[in-house]
Design a protein around this ligand. Structure first.
Ligand code: PHE
Length: 342
């Protein structure tokens, strides 16, 4: 009699299904709770003759375990079907919510691009301090004692005698590299530089340069020219032309200013290039033998070239930015235009 009832409950449990939370709860009430049919079987215990209690106990325990196991199976089933229906409810054709991410500053992007171009032709990176002594910023670079660049109008001095100043160019890094490394040297030094100048659309007292230095046996002016031809084409496009204008720097001899064909008019003349078709991007030259010797490099065996460019200047030409102050004002309307990386 009891056996039959138990078997019936067992097969009922096996046959029960649940599709949702309500049906789960109904199952719980019917087979798990105190007042459930299984609970009733336990309550029945007191009417069972003592000698049968043990066998009966075993039987109803089996039912209890069975009911609980099935309950877990049903919970898992309902949960996973809920998850599925949640994804089915999603409308994948809706436009995405607008996530605002930060961009790369145009100066950072330009510096990265310059580094990439020179790294691919074998230049490594070097850095030096922004607070420099007179030796690395001037004396080792062959600046004569009375050179105007040492005067207060150009240089922010921090201490006098011995002079400590904010570096006025990244050429100071080439001195540090040559003092510490043996040729062949092929290095690129980007960094911040300082000059005591009034802030305007074309000048700032803080700006960025990148200096390139190549020292080895038999390095000639043709190497300098070809390196910069390569750079200009990679940076500004295949059609870009480069010209070298004779110039003077204390640390290079001969020296040349580097011009590229105007990015705006392509060389025919406009207000950006002031009608000339050319714009200046930096200075260059063959490292003066005095500089090599000052840094402990044998100038009879080795020669080298160096160049220096303003990163702001390159960025202004690349993106046709007319006012240098935009780089530091942090106006989001300006910065937003540079979201994608170069
Ligand atoms: N240091 C120079 C400047 O600041 C640029 C330069 C670098 C020129 C290397 C020649 C060689 O203007």
């Amino acid at each position: 009699m009891q056996q039959e009832k138990i078997d019936a409950i067992k097969s009922e449990i096996a046959a029960t299904d649940a599709q949702n939370a309500d049906e789960l709860e109904a199952y719980r009430m019917k087979y798990i709770s105190k007042k459930s049919v299984v609970g009733e079987l336990f309550a029945e215990m007191r009417n069972i003759p003592n000698e049968e209690k043990k066998a009966y106990g075993q039987l109803i325990n089996e039912v209890k375990v069975l009911a609980e196991e099935k309950f877990q199976v049903l919970i898992d089933k309902v949960n996973s079907s809920q998850k599925q229906s949640k994804t089915q409810d999603r409308d994948l054709t809706l436009p995405p919510t607008n996530v605002s991410v930060g961009g790369i500053h145009p100066l950072t992007a330009t510096r990265q691009r310059i580094i990439e171009i020179f790294e691919r032709i074998g230049f490594n990176l070097s850095e030096g301090p922004e607070i420099e002594d007179d030796w690395h910023n001037f004396t080792a670079l062959n600046f004569p004692e009375n050179h105007p660049a040492r005067e207060m109008q150009d240089t922010f001095f921090i201490e006098k005698n011995p002079d400590i100043a904010l570096r006025t160019h990244t050429s100071s890094v080439q001195v540090r590299v040559m003092e510490n490394q043996k040729p062949p040297i092929r290095t690129l030094s980007p960094g911040r530089v300082y000059r005591n100048e009034a802030i305007s659309a074309r000048a700032h007292c803080i700006f960025h340069q990148v200096e390139g230095l190549y020292v080895d046996e038999n390095v000639g002016f043709a190497d300098l020219k070809n390196t910069l031809y390569h750079f200009a084409k990679e940076m500004f496009g295949k059609e870009t032309k480069v010209r070298f204008r004779p110039s003077y720097f204390p640390f290079t001899e001969p020296s040349a200013e580097i011009d590229i064909s105007c990015q705006l008019c392509g060389g025919s003349g406009c207000n950006v290039c002031k009608g000339s078709g050319w714009v200046e991007i930096g200075g260059s030259g063959m490292v003066d033998p005095n500089v090599l010797e000052n840094c402990g490099i044998d100038s009879k065996k080795y020669t080298g070239f160096a160049f220096g460019m303003g990163i702001e200047r390159i960025a202004m030409l690349k993106y046709q930015i007319k006012d240098l102050r935009l780089f530091t004002e942090n106006d989001v309307r300006f910065l937003k235009q540079f979201r994608p990386m170069l």
